[in-house]
Ligand binder design. Structure first.
Ligand code: HEC
Length: 295
């Protein structure tokens, strides 16, 4: 009995540990032989080769490593825009992409030039980021509460040297309601500002709020040239709920659809399982402690 409990405990801890390591995205150090890391990129870095690399990357790698290379794809993987990865030589990256390891498949069947192009693209993911310095802009929110309709207006503008506001026309400005999982866009789809730098959205009467009827509305700019801090404001326009029903349409999820059942099951299941595991380990520890005292 005593031995069995110990086994269970050890296995539980190993699984728990592995889960934590995986969720933190920590992989064991991956060193490559000196002779491969000194190999130079066989393809010249040009607009064309980077563009080719992007195509291969999006097809073969983005599902795991994410479209921007931060490792947040569908599957767990390494962050390719991290300093650790970017500090490696082209030769080392080439070698790893060809060889693969554990969950990372090897791409030895891919033509060599294509792998080198992907390496150029990986470099461009960080270098292009540094080049983009966005110009500062601002957003103002205006709430209009009429008898028949509630409207949220947002205006985007930049400030000129003499301090006056210059409206930003034709920039994508989203009016949103903040939700636990992402933001609900009140204009289904992208909207662009008019000549006055303005967009507006009708606030739906039936939008679920918290128990007191409060919701947080905001506006955010999505533009490659301009950058503005998101603005938000807490208002009491929402429909009141006696309790927050997470299966309710739009109460948790950003999209207008009902959360699919499997998302709910896995979300609640994961929380439940974590708690069960903690309780279980504690009980087992207690048992071992007791057994230790008895013998
Ligand atoms: C099935 C998911 C998956 C796919 C597809 C995938 N990778 Fe990976 N990749 C991983 C995982 C997981 C690791 C971490 C492996 C490890 O360290 O044991 C990794 C590691 C790497 C590393 C090493 C990072 C380091 O820490 O040094 C590079 C470079 C890399 N991947 C590039 C690519 C490229 C380029 C492609 C496409 C050609 C690709 N990967 C496709 C999952 C994937």
């Amino acid at each position: 009995m005593k031995i069995k409990a110990k086994y269970i405990l050890v296995i539980t801890l190993i699984v728990f540990n592995a889960a934590i390591m995986l969720s933190a995205g920590q992989f064991p150090v991956w060193d490559v032989p000196e002779e491969v890391s000194s190999v130079e990129n066989a393809v010249e870095s040009t607009k064309k080769s980077i563009e080719n690399g992007r195509a291969h990357y999006n097809l073969l790698c983005a599902s795991c490593h994410g479209t921007i290379g931060d490792g947040n794809g569908v599957q767990l993987s390494a962050n390719l825009i991290s300093d650790e990865v970017q500090a490696q030589t082209d030769g080392a990256l080439y070698y790893k992409i060809r060889q693969g390891r554990d969950l990372m498949p090897g791409f030895s069947t891919l033509p060599e030039t294509q792998i080198w192009e992907v390496v150029h693209y990986l470099r461009s993911l960080v270098s292009s980021k540094e080049e983009i310095i966005k110009k500062p802009a601002k957003i103002e929110l205006k709430l209009i509460d009429q008898d028949s309709m509630r409207i949220i207006q947002a205006v985007a503008f930049s400030i000129s040297e003499d301090g006056s506001k210059i409206p930003l026309a034709d920039v994508k400005l989203d009016i949103i309601v903040l939700r636990m999982f992402g933001n609900l866009n009140l204009n289904n789809g992208p909207v662009y500002t008019d000549e006055q730098g303005m967009v507006s959205a009708v606030f739906p009467d039936d939008l679920p709020a918290d128990t007191a009827g409060f919701v947080v509305v905001g506006a955010q700019l999505d533009n490659p040239e301009w950058e503005a801090e998101m603005v938000s404001q807490k208002i009491d326009w929402g429909a009141e709920w006696e309790y927050i029903d997470i299966t309710k349409k739009r109460s948790l999820w950003a999209v207008g659809k009902l959360a699919p059942w499997w998302v709910l099951v896995s979300f609640l299941g994961a929380i439940g399982a974590a708690w069960l595991l903690i309780v279980f380990v504690m009980l087992e520890l207690k048992k071992i402690n007791k057994a230790g005292k008895a013998s």
